[in-house]
Design a protein around this ligand. Structure first.
Ligand code: AMP
Ligand code: MG
Length: 541
């Protein structure tokens, strides 16, 4: 964070144009109590004031997007506004009404239980919805308090920005502010409630609409509101599709399928596990949304889930994410069916998702291996064998791909004797959690895979330099390893935000070698294996 002295403006100058509340049906009730809200897309609600807001961090890139200056970001007014203590005259705060399937079951009305949209900012021709998370109860809070703790808020703030810089579509985070108030949470729902520092994150995205927004109106038979929301969404976020009509609704659904496929390919590329892919956590823009018990694959294990609530079923584990995305899209298809009336076209689109995903996944894998393109005949098998090998022993996915790019194949055939003798190339050794335990069979198997890979690279006509360049552009060196986020939380809870700032800076350039930051590219330390927050997370936030 820039700490140079700046003059103190008394005002935050932002240009609001609140189209969502202007054009869509509102809940007529404005008192803030928990209720079922019908025939409305949102309820107006004010953020709750907090005692002693303190800015821990802000993302300058996001501030620029919405038209804030450095001076504004470092003013007292900024903290007041993005903690929810001061509502600017042009804001029109509201919580959205939506439903969703949670873990495969229809949950009815959910809604923004602790998110409040302040309004929409138009800056340089782009529209941004600005939202506070953790700013107090709303009509949708059900039994909960509408608040958020520092632990989960820091994870959301850092990961949103890390994902953006990795090139993964995501909602953004403008600021992380502690409230000076305590919030009680029973982290593992095991009867051990604890006070934790409260926090508010300001999230920013072109839209926070979820699959669940459409689902709720469809489930209630509120077809008119369903159509109003879809027409609004197309006009606002998909204007290139043209004026709303049944044909355009279908084109819209096709686009949601395509962007969702692309999103999941990106998650698999960087090793991200969302952890709670309920339909209310699926963005219609194909953005990563609602960072809860997410995690990053350390050792490559497609069955891994960071979410302790999901430890038995593993519905949302790393490798299930494509199938779950398709299941969620099928729920969205059901929701918009009354407007499209063409079951077969929707079914074809859903099958198209599989093709889109598979094509995207193959080009992504080609990129991870530094190949010019993916040759289905030979490369399907090459990739399948690699993934099988990676799953055999604890292998750090991020380090493995990065180190694979360092191997040298130019000039000489990849050393057959060396591989046959069971010696792994030096750069790869670092990727193994217990290199001394690698069996001879394993070494031989990876050795023969490496020879096939080297031959494939040569057949591709790709030099080491080109291959490394391609690989380093898609295989990050730095990701927000679960234990790193936890270390930043531990420090921040003691009032020290230095590591948070350092990680934010580091993760701005995840593909660059940052020689003085090598410590952050290392394998998860042993102590982090079983520690809460590092390997096990819960939805409690
Ligand atoms: P999630 O799966 O965490 O995105 O949340 C599911 C639903 O629970 C959403 O409707 C949230 O708004 C709501 N929710 C989660 N935590 C809280 C909380 N502390 N207070 C009120 N609502 C919450
Ligand atoms: Mg959610």
């Amino acid at each position: 964070m820039n700490t140079e002295h700046v003059s103190e403006p008394s005002k935050i100058n932002l240009c609001f144009d609140n189209r969502f509340t202007r054009e869509l049906p509102a809940d007529p009730e404005t008192d803030n109590y928990r209720r079922q809200v019908e025939h409305a897309c949102y309820s107006r609600v004010q953020p709750t004031r907090v005692a002693r807001p303190r800015l821990l961090a802000y993302a300058w890139e996001v501030a620029q997007n919405i038209g804030l200056s450095r001076a504004e970001c470092e003013s007292d007014a900024f903290v007041e506004v993005f903690a929810g203590n001061r509502v600017l005259p042009d804001m029109d705060p509201y919580a959205m009404c939506y439903g969703g399937h949670q873990f495969g079951s229809w949950a009815g009305q959910l809604g923004d239980g602790r998110a409040i949209n302040l309004g929409e900012i138009v800056n340089q021709g782009r529209r941004w919805v600005v939202q506070l998370k953790g700013a107090g109860p709303t009509p949708y809070s059900r039994q909960a308090d509408g608040l958020a703790v520092l632990r989960s808020s820091l994870r959301e703030f850092l990961c949103s920005e890390a994902m953006h810089h990795l090139g993964v579509p995501t909602t953004r985070a403008l600021s992380l502010i502690t409230t000076g108030e305590q919030v009680v949470r029973d982290m593992f729902y095991d009867g051990n409630p604890k006070s934790e520092p409260g926090a508010v994150v300001c999230r920013v995205a072109p839209s926070f609409t979820r699959f669940g927004n459409f689902q709720l109106f469809a489930a209630r038979g509120e077809t008119e509101v369903l159509q109003q929301l879809l027409d609004y969404t197309i006009r606002t976020d998909f204007p290139h599709l043209g004026q709303p009509s049944p044909a355009v609704y279908l084109a819209w659904f096709q686009e949601v399928c395509r962007t969702t496929a692309r999103l999941i390919v990106d998650w698999l590329r960087v090793g991200f596990v969302h952890g709670v892919m309920n339909t209310d956590n699926m963005s219609i823009l194909g953005l990563t949304i609602d960072y809860g018990p997410y995690g990053w694959l350390e050792d490559y294990d497609p069955k891994w889930t960071p979410n302790t609530t999901d430890a038995v079923g593993r519905r949302y584990c790393f490798g299930n994410q494509p199938q779950i995305a398709q299941w969620n899209l099928a729920q969205l298809a059901n929701a918009v069916l009354p407007l499209i009336g063409h079951t077969k076209a929707l079914e074809e689109t859903l099958s198209g998702f599989v093709t889109d995903f598979e094509n995207g996944w193959r080009s992504m894998m080609a990129g991870k291996l530094g190949l010019r393109s993916f040759e289905p005949q030979s490369d399907d098998e090459l990739v399948a064998e690699l993934l099988a090998i990676l799953g055999l022993v604890e292998t750090d996915m991020t380090i493995f791909y990065r180190r694979l790019g360092q191997l040298e194949f130019d000039g000489h055939a990849f050393d057959r004797e060396q591989a046959d003798a069971g010696a792994l190339p030096e750069p790869l050794l670092d990727a193994y959690y217990a290199p001394e335990q690698l069996s001879r069979a394993h070494r031989t198997r990876i050795g023969s895979w490496l020879r096939r890979y080297a031959a494939r690279v040569r057949a591709d006509g790709t030099s080491d330099e080109t291959r490394r360049k391609r690989m380093n552009a898609v295989n990050p060196k730095y990701v927000l390893r679960n234990y790193l986020a936890q270390l930043a939380i531990d420090k921040a809870e003691q009032g020290d935000a230095a590591l948070l700032h350092e990680l934010l800076d580091l993760l701005r350039h995840p593909y660059d070698d940052q020689p003085d930051k090598d410590a952050y590219a290392k394998k998860r330390p042993d102590w982090a294996r079983q520690r809460a927050g590092c390997s096990m997370l819960s939805c409690s936030s």
